[in-house]
Ligand binder design. Structure first.
Ligand code: HEC
Length: 156
């Protein structure tokens, strides 16, 4: 019985797709963030509200809002900065104008790495959760819906 089962199990293990394992903050996002984002969004960066008070000054210093923890990062996905991660990191495919977000270029040194890391972020946020909408509609950008919020994964 076991002899017959072993080849079956081996084949099953080989056909597991890339993201069959849940993408999590601690396992996947932390190393990616340390490598590509923490220089400007780490522990020397101001909290978002503080950043907003002196946006120009901090931007000149190449300091964006601090995002180096789970609660801080997800506050730029779900609320209050709804969709900021998606708008800034998208490669242009999810945006009507086709223009990449201005943080997309930091996702990696070349296009292949950027696409790979974008796929990790997208899988973490969740399919259907990845949209560029805001909490309240602004200009051409609609308000996020309850259905879209329900699709956020953001596993820790
Ligand atoms: C060289 C510095 C630098 C790097 C590296 C960088 N950022 Fe930024 N980021 C900034 C600055 C400065 C701002 C604020 C100015 C602006 O809005 O463009 C910002 C803004 C943002 C915002 C908008 C926040 C909001 O709610 O409005 C997000 C989201 C973001 N960055 C995510 C990332 C991620 C994720 C990475 C890594 C893949 C990254 N950034 C890498 C400097 C950087």
């Amino acid at each position: 019985m076991l002899n017959k089962l072993i080849p079956v199990l081996a084949v099953a293990a080989m056909t597991v797709p890339a993201f069959a394992q849940t993408v999590t903050y601690t396992k996947d996002i932390v190393p990616l963030f340390k490598e590509n984002c923490s220089e400007c969004h780490g522990d020397t960066s101001p909290l978002f509200k503080e950043f907003k008070k002196q946006e120009e000054k901090y931007t000149k210093e190449k300091l964006g809002p601090r995002m180096d923890s789970y609660p801080l990062l997800i506050s730029h996905v779900g609320w209050p900065e709804t969709g900021a991660i998606m708008r800034r990191l998208d490669d242009g495919k999810a945006s009507p104008g086709g223009k990449p977000g201005n943080m997309y270029r930091y996702l990696g040194g070349d296009e292949q790495e950027r696409q790979k890391n974008l796929a990790v972020f997208k899988a973490w946020v969740g399919e259907g959760g990845w949209n560029l909408n805001r909490w309240a509609a602004r200009g051409d950008v609609p308000a996020v819906t309850k259905e879209q919020i329900d699709k956020l994964k953001l596993a820790y």
